[in-house]
Design a protein around this ligand. Structure first.
Ligand SMILES: Nc1nc2c(ncn2[C@@H]2O[C@H](COP(=O)(O)OP(=O)(O)O)[C@@H](O)[C@H]2O)c(=O)[nH]1
Ligand SMILES: [Mg+2]
Length: 195
């Protein structure tokens, strides 16, 4: 994919506020701090289109970016904050579920996991949420620069088993700038698909 343009469009507190053209969309989800914003910047070859941070962000919005004037990348709020009241957490989850169910042109959801850790309960629950909502999902094992070769093999097997995946997650590292092409191939395939 050749990126001719990538621009921030708008952020929405919920899908009911939606007022921009319904173009095909690729969404990115994962625990806060897993590297979602860095992955989006890497995919788009932009250093700072999406703000990255070493401390978990507080914005809980659906952030839309328009790519090549033809489709959106949607940066979803990070899940898995430890110190958040149950009521607030439930609000985010239902906002994301509404988006996943109601956005009419969602082509693929990229779920990021941190390769250093086993999928957490939040990762599992979110993966199940995607599955029950029939969302096409691509699992990416991120920060692959942090683990050696044998650790990578072991982690991929554990992720596959925990999430009951048929194919191994794709590896990615924003730091080493690896894994970009394979993720784009999946995104391309899903953008072309009719579903
Ligand atoms: N080692 C390493 N660090 C990363 C990678 N991707 C992101 N980070 C770091 O992880 C932190 C959180 O990244 P960010 O993209 O803001 O995560 P987000 O909260 O999921 O959007 C930042 O300090 C990044 O520099 C990666 O692939 N490898
Ligand atoms: Mg982020």
């Amino acid at each position: 994919m050749i990126i001719t343009s990538a621009e921030y469009i708008k952020s929405f507190p919920s899908i009911s506020n939606f007022d921009i053209p319904e173009l095909p969309a690729i969404a990115f989800v994962g625990r806060s701090n897993v590297g979602k914003s860095s992955l989006i910047n890497h995919l788009l070859n932009r250093r700072k289109l999406v703000k990255t941070s070493s401390s978990p962000g507080k914005t809980q919005l659906l952030n839309f970016f328009l790519i090549n004037s033809s489709f959106y990348f949607v940066d979803l709020p990070g899940y898995g904050f430890a110190n958040v009241p149950v009521r607030v957490k439930a609000g985010w989850l239902s906002m994301m579920q509404d988006f996943l169910c109601q956005y009419p042109n969602l082509k693929l959801v990229v779920q990021l996991l941190d390769i250093r850790h086993l999928p957490t309960q939040d990762d599992l629950e979110f993966n199940q949420l995607l599955s029950v909502n029939d969302c096409e999902t691509l699992v990416v094992a991120n920060k692959s620069d942090k683990v050696n070769k044998s650790g990578i093999k072991k982690s991929l097997a554990e992720i596959m088993s925990r999430l009951n995946l048929n194919t191994p997650p794709l590896l990615h590292s924003s730091l080493k700038k690896t894994g970009r092409e394979a993720i784009w191939r999946m995104i391309d395939d899903h953008l072309k698909s009719g579903c």
